[in-house]
Design a protein. Structure first.
Length: 209
């Protein structure tokens, strides 16, 4: 029975992701109460903890399965990319900044072009991994991919907390100076984490002489 626990945790995380999105869908800056974001943050952190737990248990009990290999990274990507899509969407636009004609008008600090980079990286790596493994080559996650996931998992709840505290209020402008470097670092780490996969694939496909 315990062999199914990691898979059950993966399914639970998918349910948590759905609830997380439903909660975020109730928020619109600046009219919504901050408890919505604090609640969403709690569900996101819980989801990430289940990810750590199912990975640990799968290794400890040596019960890694095909279901887990496919669904675990899939659910992770759904939760992370979905979170960034919300954070770069209209519910996190600062109306006052828009009226003032400001170019940077997202209270979250996340913009659609950032989401495009995150999504492009995931699609590229998934495509490379699928092609390599279909040819019989093991192409699991690298340490760079795990670092990317860790950084994303830290930045997302951090942004939710910043927005909940509202960096536009008097005396809280310093929050933007903390938020923006974290967001841009996340984008850079995400982009660079895809490079080793490209290099590994190029090396594997290079004709032997």
């Amino acid at each position: 029975m315990y062999r199914q626990v990691p898979n059950q945790l993966t399914v639970l995380r998918l349910v948590v992701a759905v609830v997380f999105f439903l909660i975020l869908n109730q928020f619109r800056y600046p009219d919504s109460p901050s408890w919505i974001l604090w609640t969403a943050m709690g569900f996101f952190i819980f989801g990430m903890l289940t990810d750590i737990a199912d990975g640990y248990l799968a290794r400890r009990w040596n019960v890694e399965s095909t279901f887990g290999r496919i669904m675990d990274p899939f659910v992770d990507k759904v939760m992370v990319i979905g979170a960034f899509m919300f954070l770069s969407g209209p519910r996190f636009v600062n109306p006052a900044a828009v009226e003032a004609g400001a170019f940077f008008n997202m209270v979250s600090g996340v913009y659609p072009w950032m989401v495009a980079i995150v999504l492009a990286r995931e699609l590229l790596v998934t495509g490379i991994r699928g092609e390599m493994e279909s040819g019989g080559l093991r192409f699991g996650a690298s340490v760079y991919g795990k670092l990317k996931t860790l950084v994303q998992s830290i930045v997302i709840p951090f942004i939710l907390g910043i927005v909940a505290l509202d960096p536009e209020l008097p005396g809280r402008a310093w929050m933007k100076w903390v938020r923006d470097p974290m967001v841009y670092t996340m984008v850079l780490v995400t982009f660079l984490s895809g490079v080793p996969y490209i290099l590994r694939a190029a090396k594997a496909l290079k004709p032997q002489t």
